[in-house]
Every structure is written in structure tokens, then in C-alpha cells.
Design a protein around this ligand. Structure first.
Ligand code: CTP
Length: 393
């Protein structure tokens, strides 16, 4: 893609050359456009060297190849990333002010894909005028925001206001504006725990939060897939258009929803922590103690949804399962891959700190039927989801 990177005057501008390098490494052509304040933080020579193109920063310079360079660049660029974006440039765009090379180009670029990556002091970011401007820009077609993130700020305080790291910006850009390789595909995702009812007020359950499955649903939707998310009880919501959420409670309800949906899907990723067993008797009222010192709960096996989809799978459909293991991880995962007729299995080892239930991060090994393995470092679940989708679909 032909991408214009706009740089404004904030300390985070020192990261902009790295952003340009990453974009070029990903195969994009990059044109840098800077404000004069930005050039207090990063040099023209650096930006021209990393982009391989002349910098555009002076609206009236005779060095510009066109007298209306901002219009020529508006036509050249397919997308724009403004990083860092100060409160000033956000305010200018929101108010339609065009008084230098970058603000003029941004205004002309309105309607085309534009990713804004703010960086400023947290009180400035949280101030009502900036928040009003951001909310307005977010309502415009084509505009997306990445960050800011929380952390230590150059002004010595800690808070929200740091520009996202260049790697995150590149990933965000690909998700928001990159090609949508899964358009036309329908993918089933299961997520969360199941609750197996004991009586009117109690259940057998597990600690799954559903975060991994919801992140998978969003990663798939971001690539244009139509997602059927079948979720056990969680506190999570999904906002991504393209995700249809069906809430269920028990393994048998999840089984019914998943088996009904799978035939119309091109793939299924089953990340739910399904209870293997349920009480054989489920009381409709609250069970009373009635003076007993103990209680026996007899459990019967639930249907294995993944294994059932493995028997239903037809040519062209992909089936991806998870394996949550504490011992003999690889051996057990490979056995599940075979037994359940999967194309890929995502191994979650509970031995890895920061991976597994409840947390926002995960560390996985993805194993393909052909023996290919992909190991992830400890990453936010959103990024693990992207890795799984890119590897398996
Ligand atoms: N799974 C399922 N239905 C079940 C049990 C598991 O669909 N009744 C799916 C999970 O969503 C996951 C995979 O099977 O994708 C593996 O789940 P896991 O709990 O690791 O393994 P089990 O097959 O239950 O085997 P075990 O508990 O013996 O390790």
C-alpha cells in the first residue's frame, strides 16, 4: 500500500522512523509529512533516509514537485497514519483548520483511511476539548484511533498518553485497513466456560473467562469473516460488526448450537472450556441440607463437541481445537489432534506463568496436522488471536 506517515511535534516522534521502517519492511511505500515542530524532535535527513523519499513539510517550498503538493499526495496515498498526533493536530482536523503542510493534507485526505496515534500528557488527553474532538473524529468514515496507552510519560508522570509502540501501530493498521482475506468465510468460535446445573442456585463450572475466544472472534471479524460466536456464561461483550453472539449455559446447549452451525461454516475454532461432566440429576429447586454431613454428586459425561465436529467435518472445512494441559503437554496435544480429527491444535500449557484462564495474556504452541509448529512468546490475547488466525486459516 502507499502510506503517508504524518509526524507532529511530540517526544514520541523519535519512534516515527522505526514505524516507517516497519511499514516498509511489511512491503508498503511510505511518504513522510512533518510539521515544523516535529523537526525539533526528528531530523529531515532521518525521515528521508528511512522512507527513501523527500520529506514534505513546507507548504510553499519550491522544492515541492507540485504547486499543490497536498492534493497530489492526497491522490497518491491510499492510507495515512499520523504518529505521534498531538492535541494540536487532532484539534485542527476536528475543526477543519488547515494552516501547514500536514494539516492541509489531512483535511484533504478526509474520507480515506486514516489512523491517528495520539501522544500527549494524560491530563491533556483526558481534557474535555480533546475528548470531544476525538469523539467527533471517531464518528467520521475512515478515521480510526490507535492508543494512547498507559505508562510513564516524558513529563515525569504516569498515565494514559503514551503513543503505541510502532509494532502495535503496524498491527492495528493491518487490522483496521489491511486487506480482508477472510471476506466471504463463515467461522464458528466457541468460548468461555460451561455451567452444569446442580440445582436452582448451584452449578459445576470452571475459571475460564472467555477472553481468548472473544479475541479470536474479533480477530476473525477484523479480517472480514462472518463469525458465529457461541459463548458460555461470561461478562464479556462484543462490539465488532460481523460477530453474531449466541449465549448458552451448559455443554449440551453449546453442543446443540455448535453442531447446528458448523455445516454452514468453512472453519471452526473451539476455545471453550467445556465441562467434561455434568450432574446426572439437575434439581429445579434449591437442594436443602436436611441435616446431612455430606453430599454425593454423581456426574455423567458430556458430549465432546470438538470430537463430534471432527466426525462431521467435510472436505474444505478446517477444525481447530485447544488443548489445556499440565503434563506431557506435546504428547497429549498430538493425541487430541489425531483423536478429534483436527487440522490444528493450540496447546495452552498451564505451566507457563501469565498463560491460561482469567489473564489477559497467553503463550501457546500451534501444532498443525502436517507437524508444523509455531511457538508464541507471552503476548496479549488479542495478539495471540491474530497469530492463531494467521497460522490456521
Ligand atoms: N472440548 C469440547 N467438548 C468437550 C470437551 C472439550 O468441544 N466436551 C474441546 C475444547 O473446546 C478444546 C478441546 O476440546 O478445544 C480440548 O479440550 P480439553 O479440556 O483440553 O481436553 P478434553 O478433550 O476435555 O480432554 P482431557 O480433559 O482428558 O484433557
Amino acid at each position: 500500500m502507499r502510506i503517508i506517515v504524518g509526524i507532529t511535534g511530540g517526544i514520541a516522534a523519535y519512534k516515527s522512523p522505526q514505524l516507517v521502517r516497519l511499514l516498509r519492511k511489511a512491503g508498503h511505500e511510505v511518504q513522510c509529512v512533518a510539521t515544523t515542530h516535529a523537526l525539533q524532535f526528528v531530523t529531515q535527513l532521518t525521515l528521508e533516509t528511512v522512507s527513501g523519499r523527500s520529506l514534505y513539510y513546507d507548504l510553499f517550498s519550491s522544492a515541492n514537485s507540485h504547486s499543490t503538493e497536498h492534493i497530489a499526495l492526497k491522490d497518491w496515498g491510499e492510507a495515512m497514519i499520523v504518529a505521534p498526533a498531538t492535541a494540536n493536530i487532532i484539534g485542527k482536523l476536528a475543526s477543519g483548520v488547515a494552516d501547514d503542510a500536514l494539516s492541509t493534507l489531512m483535511l484533504a485526505f478526509c474520507g480515506k483511511p486514516m489512523l491517528i496515534c495520539p501522544a500527549m500528557n494524560s491530563q491533556m488527553w483526558l481534557s474535555q476539548p480533546v475528548q470531544r474532538n476525538v469523539a467527533y473524529l471517531q464518528s467520521l468514515q475512515g478515521v480510526a484511533f490507535a492508543g494512547p496507552e498507559g505508562g510513564d510519560l516524558a513529563c515525569g508522570v504516569s498515565g494514559v498518553g503514551r503513543m503505541c509502540e510502532p509494532e502495535t501501530i503496524v498491527q492495528f493498521f493491518a487490522t483496521a485497513f489491511g486487506p480482508k482475506p477472510l471476506v466471504g468465510q463463515r467461522v464458528l468460535v466457541t468460548a468461555g466456560p460451561t455451567y452444569e446445573r446442580i440445582d436452582a442456585v448451584r452449578f459445576v463450572g470452571n475459571y475460564s473467562s472467555g477472553k481468548m475466544g472473544y479475541a479470536l472472534a474479533e480477530a476473525l471479524a477484523a479480517r472480514g469473516a462472518e463469525v458465529e460466536l457461541v459463548s458460555g456464561p461470561t461478562h464479556l461483550t462484543v462490539s465488532a460488526p460481523g460477530v453474531k453472539l449466541t449465549r448458552v449455559e451448559s455443554a449440551r446447549e453449546m453442543f446443540d448450537a455448535a453442531t447446528a452451525t458448523f455445516p454452514s461454516c468453512s472453519a471452526a475454532i473451539l476455545s471453550a472450556a467445556v465441562a467434561d461432566y455434568r450432574p446426572d440429576h439437575q434439581a429445579n429447586h434449591k437442594l436443602k441440607k436436611n441435616g446431612a454431613d455430606g453430599m454425593d454428586l454423581h456426574l455423567v459425561q458430556n458430549p465432546d463437541i470438538l470430537a463430534t465436529l471432527g466426525t462431521m467435518k467435510t472436505e474444505g472445512q478446517r477444525l481447530i481445537g485447544f488443548a489445556l494441559e499440565t503434563d506431557n503437554e506435546m504428547q497429549n496435544a498430538l493425541a487430541k489432534l489425531e483423536r478429534k480429527n483436527l487440522d490444528f491444535i493450540v496447546l495452552n500449557s498451564l505451566k507457563n506463568e501469565g498463560a491460561g484462564f482469567g489473564v489477559d495474556t497467553n503463550q501457546v504452541t500451534i501444532i498443525g496436522r502436517d507437524g508444523r509448529t509455531v511457538d508464541s512468546p507471552l503476548l496479549p490475547k488479542r495478539e495471540v488471536a491474530n497469530l492463531i488466525v494467521d497460522t490456521c486459516l
